[in-house]
Design a binder for this molecule. Structure first.
Ligand SMILES: NC(=O)c1ccc[n+]([C@@H]2O[C@H](COP(=O)([O-])OP(=O)(O)OC[C@H]3O[C@@H](n4cnc5c(N)ncnc54)[C@H](OP(=O)(O)O)[C@@H]3O)[C@@H](O)[C@H]2O)c1
Length: 261
């Protein structure tokens, strides 16, 4: 087991990629503390982990709310005594609109969850991690944070910001043997991508699978990424296998990021 005895917080752990990461961490021996706003989904994930013989806890918190983040971290420390791993995975896609039409509320909502939320969770866990001199923070970015994307301004800016946050924190906390890395996925199979494909298929009058084919035609591997493949990358970065890796952006994109060559 690669993460035996570790305590890991996974934000957005109630669904999609976060759920897959929490399940993988628990199967590697970590206690997975899943955090999001919807308690029912968190309880399902914690229950699933427990039914497989793993250890988990569910804590409802809005990561954009500084007070709730402090409470969430202090509850985790109270219950488990330490935090070894933080995965800043919670995020929202935000609006699809040109910046010339951007509503400020929508812009602020994306930045406050996707970027400020990750900073707040990191800041709060670092206080306990620094004296222990052995921890790992993993931020979930996106290929959408590696170049500009029309009509996806706030999301794209938030995910580019996640890379800057990763690099800055990695430099600041390296002295304390805390590693900070980022995983940048392309489209991952799950409710978010399938709903978008169905909506687009309906609008174009074509099957959603055809939409997915078009979506992945520039992916070298010609397919979506599975949530378990992001989870494997997270296990690697959280484990001692990655003990010399920090400040890195691990692109998990089935080859989309090299498609223009
Ligand atoms: N799916 C993809 O193709 C893809 C590609 C690249 C990057 N990503 C990134 O991967 C991450 C996970 O995406 P996903 O597809 O798994 O999405 P998802 O299924 O929608 O999961 C997002 C999670 O974040 C939580 N969340 C949202 N706002 C929150 C808040 N204010 N406080 C606490 N939790 C909050 C949600 O739970 P509640 O609503 O209950 O709070 C949910 O559990 C995101 O950062 C996303 O940008 C996804």
């Amino acid at each position: 087991m690669k993460l035996k005895g570790k305590v890991a917080i996974v934000t957005g752990g109630g669904s999609g990629i976060g759920r897959a990461i929490a399940l993988a961490f628990a199967s590697e021996g970590a206690t997975a503390v899943v955090v999001a706003r919807n308690m029912a989904r968190l309880k399902d994930v914690a229950g699933e982990i427990a039914s497989r013989g793993g250890k988990a806890a569910a804590i409802a918190a809005d990561i954009a709310d500084e007070v709730k983040v402090k409470e969430m971290v202090s509850r985790t420390l109270g219950e488990f005594g330490r935090i070894d791993i933080l995965v800043n995975n919670a995020g929202i896609p935000g609006p699809t609109a040109n910046l010339s039409d951007m509503e400020l509320d929508k812009w602020n909502e994306v930045l406050s969850i996707n970027l400020t939320g990750a900073m707040l969770c990191s800041r709060e866990v670092l206080a306990g991690m620094i004296p222990r001199k052995s921890s790992s923070i993993i931020n979930i970015g996106s290929v959408g944070g590696m170049s500009g994307f029309p009509m996806r301004g706030p999301y794209c800016v938030s995910k580019m910001g996640i890379i800057a946050l990763t690099e800055t924190m990695a430099i600041e906390v390296g002295d304390f043997n805390i590693r900070v890395n980022c995983i940048s996925p392309a489209a991952v199979r799950g409710d978010r991508v399938l709903a978008a494909a169905r909506a687009k298929g309906k609008a174009l009058g074509i099957d959603y699978e055809r939409v997915l084919e078009r979506l992945t035609k520039d992916y070298s591997l010609k397919r979506l990424i599975e949530p378990s493949e992001i989870a494997s990358a997270a296990v690697f970065l959280a484990s001692d296998d990655a003990s010399a890796i920090t400040g890195h952006n691990l692109v998990v994109s089935c080859g989309l990021h090299i498609s223009h060559y």
